[in-house]
Design a protein around this ligand. Sequence first.
Ligand code: ZN
Length: 337
Amino acid sequence: MGYGKNIYYKAIGVLEERRALAEQAAAQRLAQFYELCPRGREIREEMAQNSANAAKTVIHGGDVRGELEKLKAHGAALREEFSQLLSSHGFSQEELSPQYTCPLCKDTGVADGKTCSCFKELQRRLAYEKLSLEVPLSECTFENFSLDYYKEDQQAYRQMSGIFQACREYAARFRKDSPSLLLKGGTGLGKTHLSLAIAGRALEKGYGVIYGAAQAFAVSLEKERFERTDSDQDEDTQAQLISCDLLILDDLGMEFPSAYVNASLYYILDTRILTKRPTIISTNLSLPELEKRYGERLVSRLSGHYGQMVFQGSDIRNQKRQARKSWKASQEPLPKK
Ligand SMILES: [Zn+2]
């Protein structure tokens, strides 16, 4: 199920559109040709008639072989005439037949009774695009993660270099049963950046990733609790959060407290642990704070099954703001005496 029903149906829609466009274009070209060369249409009709005659000959009997030979020769002559007319009017045989994006499956998504690779690729791309629309995926990569912001504090620098390496390796080796991670630490220390970098890599590899702030998931879960009507249209949030290949839950603890959401969250995270699906949680809260909020049961599941990373340093967003300020100041003309 990887990407969820929405992506699946969207991909089917894209294939249908590709197929229709290719067939339309071919039909249009053929119509253009017939307009320039009415004899072309006649030949096609004669060809059809010729095939029908061949079938009749077989049924009626008599000198079947001789008749068929004649019809075959006539067919060949018609084909030859047709192709000469085509080229003399500047058309090619290829443009009269639909030019499918994927010749393997003719844009049906199925080749040799199996899901075509183009359909898988399409779903992967759609999932990536959807996530990119929602979050700044291209701005948060391993390549543009800078350790310079941690340089002031040697201890923080060492710690963050280690975390950066570990996240990069985690992403490179990501699989459906990779371990889960708990990223802890204050705001603006790069937790979101690194989890998005992992999300990007996992998507590139074709895994179904769901990324979101705990707050946003909490709102969807609460909403669906009361509006369970259009379940056909949209797969519900809980099912998606449970079944995706990688779930990234950002800023756990910042959502509005609710007993229902807490219970739902426990169910989702516990099910993912039981089914060996990786989850990455980032939070500003410490384990005791998490325990106070979500209960001992959840925290003991997290401590038992999640690899923990403690982010250190001083708020990067603040540092960037400071840097911009001092850069601006340096650009301003010196005050006159
Ligand atoms: Zn295909």
